[in-house]
Design a binder for this molecule. Structure first.
Ligand code: KIV
Ligand code: ZN
Length: 527
């Protein structure tokens, strides 16, 4: 059996469309916001991973969001994944803004959504069900004027009354939606609920045979992936997911877990995706390095213990036959032996090749020079350079070159004898500035000095230090979380010297705050 779709043509019923929402639902979670360069790099990587749809953002949310969706759409102007922009059904300018933002993409989608559960309609939207139905018709008809590929979502769909859900879905299909998404917005459903909902819609809604049904599960009860698999069993053929399972609150269903469940248990799940699963780990690591949030060690597929065998009995079994304790090969998701490759004698050409392999695409000459200079500095201080070291230093240097405040230098004096002091030099809007300060320890002294150079009023919510790789000479990766008027940002910095990394992280967070000050959040968005 096949179904015809405006972006994908005739699709076989066994094919699962992978809709990645790392750059939208994932980016919405606190501390996970990304700048334009970071989003473009993630988009490149997601394309290499083979996702079918990239939800690039929510264009009406801010000029910055519009710009990133538009830039990602331009990146895929000739070919590549479908680029989707989110819009509220019935939002003032949402659909038009989304339509303009996605226009450059070769294949483009408007994803419009409105709440359909009694709770959301009464308290959040303050609308009667009949008004919601009217908006669904208007919204999808309007979206079709921009593109033939229109997705409609019933927000809080899993808690919507079945009769009303069927009416909404029927109205959306009649008005032109080609994908119907039923989110478990609050992560409340069980696998049985999700399977039943999709079966019901497919059986009862006129026109259901013409559209793709889609699952979008949140992980509040830790059931997102199980609910997604159950949704497929019920008839969903698109799954919405994120790398590392990032997303609102407890996150979304993790792409890597769904992908490997389908591949590893093909015996009972006879479906295929177009993913190149060997690129999963690189994508996961790129996201972790951009956001500064590593996955927990025991995270399925991409955690550093996912293929590590500690107990003697397990090690012995794996040496005799890996299948004794490994249900998939580490290589099938991109784990390889330690990737030590570069040292202080490595040249510029090798470094450029390495950056390309790490997903940085073609860097401009200036950016490449900056990154190479920083690489040489680190290589002088560190015996071995791993891929993760390079990713950390490039993120620090190259991707921050356009920021208003730039790190120049830091010197600290600390110890058991007296107050710590720090001397910090920063470039602010191109002008070199310097300040000395004291503090309760060197980190406090550094942050005080930054406060003298660039006056600001924020609350430090988190300061954490981790190691980029193993060993006593490992680079420290510092995360700093700042809050200003309820807006929260995380900054990251890496260096072999923890105080340098701390200064870089604080400066990074400050730069993000400056960007966020202009950002207007749309009302009533729970996604
Ligand atoms: O969780 C949700 O309901 C969403 C929708 C916008 C699809 O993210
Ligand atoms: Zn969501």
């Amino acid at each position: 059996m096949t179904i015809s779709h405006p972006s994908f043509g005739d699709i076989d019923d066994s094919r699962i469309i992978i809709f990645d929402t790392t750059l939208r639902d994932g980016e919405q979670s606190p501390g996970f916001s990304m700048n334009l360069d970071e989003k473009l790099r993630m988009a490149d990587m997601l394309a290499e991973l083979g996702v079918d749809v990239i939800e690039a953002g929510f264009p009406v949310a801010s000029p910055g969001d519009w710009e990133s969706v538009n830039a990602i759409a331009a990146k895929f102007a000739k070919d590549g994944p479908v680029v989707a922009g989110l819009a509220r059904t019935g939002g003032r300018d949402d659909i038009a803004r989304a339509g303009e933002a996605i226009r450059p993409a070769a294949r483009r989608r408007i994803h419009n959504f409105i709440s359909t559960s009694p709770l959301h309609m009464k308290y959040k939207l303050r609308m009667e069900p009949e008004t919601v139905l009217e908006l669904i018709v208007q919204g999808n008809e309007q979206a079709r004027r921009f593109t033939d590929d229109v997705e409609w979502s019933a927000e809080d769909g899993s808690r919507t009354e079945p009769e009303f859900l069927c009416r909404c879905v029927e109205a959306a299909i009649k008005a032109g939606a080609t994908t119907i998404n039923i989110p478990d917005t609050v992560g409340y459903a069980t696998p049985e609920d999700m399977e039943r909902i999709f079966r019901m819609l497919k059986e009862r809604v006129p026109g259901a045979e013409k559209v793709i049904f889609s699952a979008h599960n949140h992980d509040d009860l830790g059931l997102a992936v199980a609910n997604t698999i159950a949704s497929i069993k019920g008839g969903a053929r698109q799954v919405e997911c994120t790398i590392n399972g990032i997303g609102e609150r407890a996150g979304n269903a993790a792409l890597e877990e769904i992908a490997m469940a389908l591949r590893t248990r093909h015996d009972v799940l006879p479906y295929v995706s177009g993913l190149v699963t060997e690129n999963i780990l690189r994508t996961s690591k790129l996201l972790a390095s951009i956001t500064g949030f590593d996955v927990q060690p025991n995270k399925a597929i991409v955690g550093r213990n996912a293929f590590a065998h500690e107990s003697g009995i397990h090690q012995d079994g794996v040496l005799k036959n890996a299948a004794t304790y490994e249900i998939m090969t580490p290589e099938s998701v991109g784990w390889t032996k330690s990737s030590l490759v570069m040292g202080k004698h490595s040249g510029r050409a090798a470094f450029r090749d390495k950056l390309k392999a790490l997903g940085y695409g073609e860097l401009g000459e200036n950016a490449l020079n900056d990154a190479f200079r920083r690489f040489k500095e680190v290589a002088d201080r560190k015996k071995v350079i791993y891929d993760d070291d390079i990713v950390a230093l490039v993120d620090d240097e190259v991707n921050r070159s356009h920021e208003r405040i730039r790190f120049v230098s830091v010197e600290v004096r600390a110890g058991s004898r007296g107050p710590a002091t720090a001397a910090v030099e920063l470039e602010v809007d191109g002008e070199l500035k310097q300040a000395d300060a004291q503090g309760d320890g060197p980190v406090d002294a550094i942050f005080n000095a930054i406060g003298i150079i660039f006056t600001h009023d924020v609350e430090l919510k988190l300061y954490s230090v981790g190691a980029v790789t193993d060993g006593a000479d490992a680079q420290a990766r510092v995360t700093v979380r700042l809050e200003e008027n309820g807006k929260m940002v995380d900054g990251q910095g890496a260096d072999t010297d923890t105080m340098v990394a701390s200064t870089r992280a604080y400066v990074h967070a400050l730069n993000k705050l400056l960007v966020k000050r202009d950002r207007r959040e749309p009302e009533a968005l729970t996604a």
